[in-house]
Design a protein around this ligand. Structure first.
Ligand code: ASP
Length: 433
């Protein structure tokens, strides 16, 4: 927050002085020199550290996430029910996000001349992808490209908007296949491979940790250059964006979940939310699904009367593999930034963003800021300059608190739905006394 406030204030001041002939006017040329020569490169170091590990992070996270879900085989019906409710809720959340951002268009709130300046300032990447969008691939080819011919080539070109293949999404699908295959293999034969992916994930998260240590400085630098170029427009645009994200999360929390609770879990939503309150508040204050896990487990068993074996399985897997809040946030953020930078996405490309967000939900670590590397990856894939993330980074912590609360509620909702199915099955054998 301090980095953001400092960067924005100084940036606004510098931009305003230059525009209105203030004390800095004589230094207008110097200002661009400072931005291009010093401020932006420092901000970019922060981003580069994240880029470096995006691919290994995504691959290892999805492989492990899917393999864990796959272990559900041993749990049979519980695993399958968890899987389908997870997919259903993730699908609804992404549709909701894309619908909201397309209807409300928060990224278009920005002044046209400002947009042109932004695109010019951040290089031709977005112009290039505007051209790419014009010659978009037919849907059939888009779908076929989901299965990569050469996963390594896709990984190497994942951030190249001119890449003719499936890019990052193809890498995600590849990881999905490896995860499923790993779950179906005898555990002792794949133990080393599993350990390897665990290690890659651990190390990548540490590197992200290094980047986050630099975050205050990086955010200050990136927001300085954005504010100097965008002026006061930044507040209007950012406020609108944050309102759309919070609105989307609220709709899912207070409309979608209650409907699912009534229809699939046959529970009173009011009673459910009363019971789940403690876990939701913990998620909100820690911004971490993983850190909330112990509280969710207790709440599920003690307050929501979910059988321990179901709670343990669903909540543990869900803490990293079911993140509806994250999916909503990623969908809105990516399309918002595409709108800000005037990158027009075809229906096919939006479909790709949707699929990527669903997979990103599986691949996001349940830690504060866990989804940032994924957002950066998706942005680069569709040709929005990654510096764009500077616009939203400063307010990310608040949005993280909100989306984590939804992530954790979602896990408890799934546990309730799965428990309902189980109780009706057991009742056939053990009539309630
Ligand atoms: N903080 C989120 C969680 O732990 C992940 C994210 O969206 O950054 O669930």
């Amino acid at each position: 927050m301090v980095g953001l406030v400092l960067g924005l204030t100084l940036g606004l001041l510098a931009g305003w002085s230059v525009a209105t002939g203030g004390p800095l006017e004589a230094h207008a040329a110097n200002l661009s020199w400072w931005i291009d020569g010093l401020v932006q490169p420092v901000g970019r170091i922060f981003l580069r550290i994240i880029f470096m590990v995006v691919i290994p992070l995504i691959v290892s996270a999805i492989v492990i996430g899917v393999a864990e879900m796959g272990d559900a085989r041993t749990l049979g019906r519980i695993g399958l029910r968890t899987l389908w409710v997870t997919l259903l809720l993730s699908g609804i959340s992404v549709v909701l996000a894309l619908g909201l951002v397309n209807v409300l268009q928060p990224g278009r709130a920005i002044d046209e001349t400002r947009r042109v300046q932004l695109v010019a300032a951040y290089g031709g990447a977005s112009e290039k992808s505007i051209e790419c969008a014009k010659e978009a691939k037919p849907i059939s080819k888009t779908l076929l490209d989901l299965i990569p011919e050469n996963p390594l080539a896709e990984a190497a070109n994942a951030f190249n908007p001119d890449n003719p293949g499936g890019g990052l999404l193809a890498v995600m699908v590849f990881s999905l296949f490896i995860g499923v295959a790993m779950a179906l293999s005898p555990p002792e034969r794949v133990a080393v491979l599993r350990g390897f992916f665990d290690g890659v994930f651990e190390v990548s998260m540490r590197v992200i940790g290094f980047a986050l240590k630099l975050a205050p400085l990086g955010v200050a630098c990136l927001s300085f250059s954005v504010a100097a170029r965008l002026g006061l427009d930044i507040f209007r645009t950012l406020g609108f964006y944050a309102a759309v994200v919070v609105g989307g999360l609220a709709l899912h929390q207070f409309v979608v979940y209650p409907v699912v609770l009534v229809l699939l879990a046959r529970r009173s939503p009011a009673e459910f939310f009363r019971g789940a309150k403690e876990a939701i508040v913990t998620a909100f204050s820690t911004s971490s699904s993983n850190a909330t896990l112990p509280v969710s487990l207790r709440v599920a068993e003690e307050k929501l009367s979910i059988p321990p074996r179901i709670a343990r399985f669903v909540l543990t897997v869900g803490a990293s593999a079911n993140q509806n809040g994250t999916a909503i946030y990623e969908g809105i953020t990516v399309l918002f930034l595409a709108q800000v930078f005037g990158v027009e996405l075809t229906v096919g490309q939006q479909l790709i963003v949707a699929l990527m967000c669903i997979m990103a939900g599986i691949g996001t670590a349940g830690v504060p800021g866990g989804s940032l590397p994924l957002v950066v990856g998706v942005l680069l894939t569709i040709g929005v300059p990654a510096e764009a993330i500077a616009i939203i980074l400063g307010i990310d912590r608040f949005l993280d608190m909100c989306r984590t609360a939804l992530n954790v509620t979602g896990d408890l909702v799934i546990a309730a739905v799965v428990a309902k199915g189980e109780s009706s099955v057991t009742r056939e054998y053990q009539p309630v006394a």
